[in-house]
Design a protein. Structure first.
Length: 89
């Protein structure tokens, strides 16, 4: 199916990565990188879904965790430049 044939409201351009938050420096890195993005981002940890542009939200996650980061965006190079240091391998 071509992109233009997709029903409206279906998100086709998304990037999902698992990132590791070890300490407060990682929280700061995630927050600053998220603020530099013009596209929508969400962080999911269990049943929590948070906006990484919200510092209070990120602090609610805590540390020593791997969480998923989802971007409604399709430029993988830009995404990796901003979040590559946090991506869990």
């Amino acid at each position: 199916m071509r992109k233009e044939d997709m029903p409206k409201g279906i998100i086709t351009n998304m990037i999902k990565a698992y990132i590791r938050i070890n300490d407060l420096n990682d929280i700061k890195t995630l927050h600053e990188a998220a603020l530099s993005c013009k596209y929508d981002l969400v962080v999911q940890s269990g049943t929590k879904i948070l906006n990484p542009k919200s510092l209070m939200g990120i602090f609610c996650l805590g540390t020593k965790k791997t969480v998923s980061l989802v971007a409604k965006y399709d430029d993988k190079r830009d995404f990796l430049e901003k979040f590559g240091d946090l991506i869990s391998t």
